[in-house]
Design a protein around this ligand. Sequence first.
Ligand code: GLU
Length: 394
Amino acid sequence: METRTLEWDTPMYRLAVAQLDQTAKLMGLQENLWHRLRTPQRAHVVSFPFRRDSYNVVETVFGYRVQHLTTMGPTKGGIRYALDVDLGETTALAMWMSWKCAIMNLPFGGAKGGLRIDPKSFSPAELQRITRRYTSEIIDVIGPDRDIPAPDLGTDEQIMAWIMDTYSQFKGHAVPGVVTGKPIEIGGSLGRKEATGRGVVICMVAACRHLGIPVEGARVVVQGFGNVGAVSALLAHAAGARVVAVSDVQSGIHDPRGIDLPALDRWVAEHRTVEGFPGAEPVSNADLLTLPCDVLIPAAIQGQITGANAPQLKCRLMVEGANGPTDLDADRILAQRGIMVVPDILANAGGVTVSYFEWVQSLQHFFWSEDEVNARLTQLMTKAFADVLATAQQ
Ligand code: GLU
């Protein structure tokens, strides 16, 4: 290994690389391929001045776009707006995107991008200006056949619309294929918003079947009530499971009898938090992870299950909705304890899979029905789950 520190060497990058090293050794991967996969092929770092709504305040904003591997086709992956975004985190996430696309047989290499900001502290006007400026800074490296962004933590379809519009203004015509996860009205795909959560639940059902856990009545705990967590909880409930606890950034709620998910959804639409939902007990995000349950779905942020709390988990199955929620110590402990883990690069790959469908629809200007999207997603996820399980058993 190099003696000089790599610019992207951070704890999260080290986790991704340690996972790669472990797997490369196990599968006897050729050294030259292995080393190619350890580092990002292209890493773009940008900084720009940004004027807040309060006219005299000008801040310097840092942004990234990492393209891990350009061999497989254009690169693909989300853009996150969060305060911990840095080159190491973005690189780790881009590496995971490469593996995710490979598992799903999608014609993409992995990418990821982000801005180091707290999007909640910005007005809609500020978010629009910052998104357009970031897009301008990376405009030469993105494009439908180059690198296709999508939503991730802290970004949504509105942000994707601004990226598409900035890119389209630059080209002089509408280019819907430059982003996925965009609003339906401008060429987004039906089913994309729910796709990650839907994929999580497809994996949950398949894993339950494998373990002999009946889905009907299975106790499910979900950490995170963003796009991934909320849809996972709703669809698990719809599949007959008993969702006994959920949480958001602020706090969680617990009801061993099972939470009425459609009612909770209406509560959150009105109050913007799960906190205070009638009939449920409050529970902290940390305690939620160790509640007795059949299935634990961490669907918030990275680094949640560690060597410290893995011995206390009381689930039989964990399905990773978030990217990188589990560290290597925890992985080892969970394996020893016989807790099955469906890893993020499979469990949350439903998002990028429907992104692929959206990209294809955008390129062809030919749109699919929601049933078609969901049926194809189910087909690809079910096959990927079976393939990964067979490899793991080998
Ligand atoms: N950000 C999502 C992920 O981590 C989706 C990426 C995409 O759709 O390109 O998988």
